[in-house]
Design a protein around this ligand. Sequence first.
Ligand code: GLC
Length: 560
Amino acid sequence: MDGVRDLGMRKVGSHSSLDTEVFDIIRRLDKPRTLNMDRHRSLDEQSLIEHSVVGNVKAVDSCESIYSTVEMGTRSGFQTPAASTPRFSEPHPMVVDAWEALRRSLVYFRGQPVGTVAAVNYQSEEVLNYDQVFVRDFVPSAMAFLMNGESYVVKNFLLKTLQLQSWEKKIDRFKLGEGAMPASFKVLHDPNRKTDTVVADFGESAIGRVAPVDSGFWWIILLRAYTKSTGDISLAESPDCQKGMRLILSLCLSEGFDTFPTLLCADGCSMIDRRMGIYGYPIEIQALFFMALRCAFELVKHDTEGKEFIERIVKRVHALSYHIRTYFWLDFQQLNCIYRYKTEEYSNTAVNKFNVIPDSIPDWLFDFMPTRGGYFIGNVSPARMDFRWFALGNFFAILSSLSTPEQSTAVMDLIEERWEDLVGEMPLKIAYPAIESHEWRIVTGCDPKNTRWSYHNGGSWPVLLWMLTAACIKTGRPQVARKAIELAERRLLKDGWPEYYDGKLGQFVGKQARKFQTWSLAGYLVSKMMLEDPSHVGMISLEEDKAMKPALKRSASWSC
Ligand code: GLC
């Protein structure tokens, strides 16, 4: 069997008390969009078959620039190609402003839009790399363009970054894996020579010199979103895209000394790209890894070269979902189990498998954990559980169906129960709680940008709004997303679309926050469009595969 598998949509999880509004959303979610690729088999079917058979990236990509009518700095939303009117009945003034800013952020290569800059910061004294197209930052922009029928921008981006993947990547004398995708790239225009040149950063220029593990995952997730939204299977099925996916998969599915199916990562390898103690097996990466594997399963062709990858994906997805659902999950009951853990247990009968010492449970957790609700903790490794809440990892666990339906419900319950802590005055805390004092010194290496309740250390990031909205729609709670959007609408435009907010309640514009941060405004647009037409969520959401149901249903039947 060839080609792209099962991109069709199925019904979202079951709900006990659905109001009419939610029924309506579910109905619209069920309604196929432009594309339904049900001709392909699901992971479920596939797995049944499995079981029965048993420096220096100063490299350039330059060319004669067509340079057409678009010049840096003079572009406006009205000059951009295909600027079809956003599909809103009565656009909120913020929506209009956000679309204009989004179009201003477009970056062109040979006259073609290939991405959006991280921030269009007019008062910027310090540009750093915010004038670059970041792979992760482009995701909400891409979603907005796809929802608005401007898919060519996304296609251009996917192809441009694919080209960059094929560069030889070196840091000092060390060669990076072939499949590595850049964190960001920049187009340099030379008006005299009329050339456009691309410079990319695979981690060798990034602060801390860390490779962005998330970039390749986002790329696959976006390729699936593009395919799902446009019905254009030809891009995903092209030899170049197939090769690009296989290279990414080779990197993350390679065998090593692992005893867990989770992916071992360095600190700062994702959206949280500075030292924040997320090294090890961060939930942020595991959830994206899982989602990317499931997307790749749908997209990788079952030909001679792809077949081997399909088999490896199936095995990994099963092991990963079991591991995360079992060991990363925390609710009141499980906290009580850990609190009573015995240590130094040897052999496979051990209850406390990772030898976590109960004294390492932080005090804040006993107050934070509600009797109703739960979440996937930040990290699990030997004698170390990072109990912090990380928003992106939990939302992508829901969107990828890494979480069971019961766990998804519990995550949403937690958000509602701990609204003040996790949402406060500006959605949404990237991580909770902040680390302070001695711990801050040790964990961040005294990072002045990541002081308590700022930036990655308990700061509030408006970009997370779109992920919350998608998760709310998937779990049948659009009213929660609406409440969060209302909060964002009180401040975002007035404050100039900041990158992040500071403070326990997220009430202050971030200390060093850039203004006109593209993913803040694109995330807002995506949230609005998804609420308007919830079937858009299908672009970024995968339903549970029956074969992944764990033998053990943690939330309901854990005993220790
Ligand atoms: C900061 C963020 C990172 C983002 C980049 C560009 O470095 O931590 O996640 O991609 O800015 O906006």
